[in-house]
Design a protein around this ligand. Structure first.
Ligand SMILES: Cc1cc2nc3c(=O)[nH]c(=O)nc-3n(C[C@H](O)[C@H](O)[C@H](O)COP(=O)(O)OP(=O)(O)OC[C@H]3O[C@@H](n4cnc5c(N)ncnc54)[C@H](O)[C@@H]3O)c2cc1C
Length: 246
């Protein structure tokens, strides 16, 4: 049986994703400490703040020459709320990532669905590997919003009907679409985040362009903004070296 209040059964439609930095232990000094420990031993922590230009240069050198492991000694945990189709792409990133996602078996899934906002380009032109996306017409935008919302309502009604009849959540959820919002904690380090950003964002400084789906890019952009505040020298070196993870 469902125990959801009637108001919560009305679907909500969102055009954006949520990214919150919930926990972190991440600073440029972690990179410097790790890089210098091999030569300076236990005294290396004292050296960090003595020469900022040297520190900046060292981070840039590590990035440029792809000495990657000093960028692993830090941790960032993000809360992310996004459509299931974003999580399917996200969880392909296996190395340097830990995930925990909400369960559709142990709790009733909430009726929150993704509908593209007016800025989301709707039409794909070109051939594989050479796609560009262009704005849709007003008629296409109206069609997308209307058909998605109708379809989501129908699917969620079917889900509720099964729950009300006593069908288990893990069975009933099969009718819900990938536009349903889910949430997860994702923990990474700067190196694994850079690899993710190199593949899942587009940027004028990228020397190896990628062509991510806009919605996972929206998540990536918000994660990058948080990371840049924590590790500004590392972030600047990432950009200066073509946004290729070391
Ligand atoms: C634009 C775009 C389109 C995509 N389209 C598709 C698609 O159509 N279908 C699809 O299935 N996937 C698709 N993917 C997912 C893609 O193939 C990767 O699974 C995803 O980007 C994660 O990258 P990764 O394996 O490098 O990352 P991680 O899993 O985090 O791995 C990081 C690095 O570790 C090394 N590594 C990890 N595992 C292994 C291993 N088993 N063997 C050797 N080295 C390993 C590699 O160097 C790898 O780059 C797409 C990705 C992008 C960005």
């Amino acid at each position: 049986m469902t125990d959801t209040p009637a108001d919560d059964l009305k679907p909500s439609f969102l055009s954006d994703v949520t990214v919150e930095l919930v926990k972190h232990s991440a600073a440029d000094s972690d990179v410097l400490w790790a890089a210098r420990v091999s030569t300076a031993g236990e005294q290396s922590l004292d050296e960090l703040k003595k020469d900022p230009e040297r520190s900046k240069g060292l981070i840039n050198y590590l990035m440029r020459d792809r000495h990657g492991s000093p960028f692993e000694h830090n941790s960032m945990t993000f809360f992310i709320s996004a459509p299931i189709f974003v999580f399917r792409e996200f969880m392909r990133h296996r190395v340097g990532w830990s995930y925990n996602e909400e369960s559709g078996r142990y709790r009733e899934l909430q009726s929150v669905f993704y509908v593209p906002g007016p800025d989301r380009k709707l039409v794909q032109e070109g051939r594989p590997g050479k796609y560009v996306f262009v704005d849709g017409t007003e008629a296409q935008q109206e069609l997308v919003v209307r058909t998605m919302e109708d379809s989501y309502r129908q699917a969620y009604d079917a889900y509720q009907e099964m729950l009300a009849a006593g069908v288990a959540r893990e069975v009933a959820r099969a009718v819900l679409p990938v536009g349903l919002f889910s949430s997860m904690y994702a923990t990474c380090n700067a190196r694994s985040l850079m690899h993710f950003l190199g593949l899942r964002t587009q940027h004028e400084l990228a020397t190896v362009p990628s062509f991510p789906q806009r919605e996972i890019e929206m998540v990536g952009e918000k994660m990058e903004a948080e990371w840049a505040k924590l590790m500004p020298l590392t972030h600047a070196a990432f950009n200066a070296n073509g946004r290729v993870a070391p």
